[in-house]
Design a protein around this ligand. Structure first.
Ligand SMILES: NC(=O)c1ccc[n+]([C@@H]2O[C@H](COP(=O)([O-])OP(=O)(O)OC[C@H]3O[C@@H](n4cnc5c(N)ncnc54)[C@H](O)[C@@H]3O)[C@@H](O)[C@H]2O)c1
Length: 268
């Protein structure tokens, strides 16, 4: 948090309470850190029954402990590599036993590492798609049966504005993230009759701990420069994305589906 406070005076927002989220089974991928940890915390605060999946088991344990202590509503978790679809399915089934039928799925896990174009191998390309796209479909496939039987649900896929801006240095990531938008639309059509909604959030640059560390190392002065392209002159933080996810998960957005919501402080 000290890294953030150097950059931004922390703005306290009195967040909305959504009664329809209380007691609901919510599954979040990549919930150990960054935007995912903020999602876990926000859904726990709403009184939802939260389960999350995370690659790093130490990070997962620490995040679960911290959020449990802060909210009084400890989340459940499984340490799993989402690139392994068999392990992902087992983790979802194990978490469902603890949180009840999954009524909200937030497909958040991803990784935006860079690699020069010339160094990209077919194996790396496939691995990047496993990290940034494939698990979103298979996690959705694993929960839609229970969701439908329970009366419906909301699936939220994490996209990115990077491909809309033609960002360079991570073409495997931007290509996968552009597909999230198309997958969201087709999936929404396929499961709409079962009262399942599917939407996507495309964040701008969100100052997670990891993003700040990297930007400090690689791009000195990029923080101020980035604000120039945003209409609103304040850096995005994980809660700014989590609050959009809460609304998309709650019944307040009950007829909203097949959409991508850009949360980027107005990058133009
Ligand atoms: N931070 C941003 O500026 C930004 C902008 C646009 C989109 N996004 C998207 O938001 C999502 C979250 O990003 P973030 O910035 O919080 O990233 P982050 O790296 O801070 O957190 C991602 C979490 O996902 C986990 N994860 C990664 N690969 C995994 C795997 N194979 N199996 C299980 N868990 C795995 C990581 O361990 C980590 O805890 C990603 O989909 C990312 O592409 C982020």
């Amino acid at each position: 948090m000290s890294i953030h406070s150097e950059l931004i005076p922390r703005v306290t927002v009195e967040g909305a309470v959504y009664p329809s989220l209380k007691g609901k089974g919510v599954l979040i991928t990549g919930g150990g850190s960054g935007i995912g940890a903020s999602l876990v915390e926000h859904f726990c605060t709403q009184g939802a029954r939260v389960g999350f999946i995370e690659l790093n088991s130490d990070t997962a344990d620490e995040t679960a402990r911290r959020i449990g202590a802060a909210t009084g509503n400890p989340p459940h978790h499984e340490a799993v590599d989402l690139r392994d679809i068999g392990a992902l399915r087992t983790a979802i089934s194990s978490l469902s036993e603890r949180i009840g039928p999954v009524r909200v799925l937030v497909n958040n896990a991803g990784n935006d590492d860079r690699m020069p174009l010339e160094n990209v191998t077919p194996e790396y390309w496939d691995e990047r798609f496993q990290t940034n796209l494939r698990h979103q479909f298979f996690a959705a496939q694993a929960v839609i049966g229970d969701m439908a039987r329970a009366g419906g649900g909301s699936i939220i896929n994490m996209g990115s504005i990077s491909w809309m801006r033609g960002a360079a240095g991570l073409i495997f990531y931007t290509t996968a993230k552009s597909a999230v938008m198309g997958m969201t639309k087709s999936l929404a059509r396929e499961v709409g009759e079962r009262n399942i909604r599917v939407n996507s959030i495309a964040p701008g640059w969100v100052l997670t701990e990891r993003q700040v560390e990297r930007a400090k190392r690689i791009y000195h002065g990029k923080f101020a420069e980035y604000l120039e392209v945003q209409c609103l002159k304040e850096h995005l933080l994980p809660p700014d994305i989590a609050r959009m996810a809460l609304w998309l998960a709650a019944d307040d957005s009950r007829l909203v589906t097949a959409q991508t919501f850009i949360v980027d402080a107005g990058v133009v």
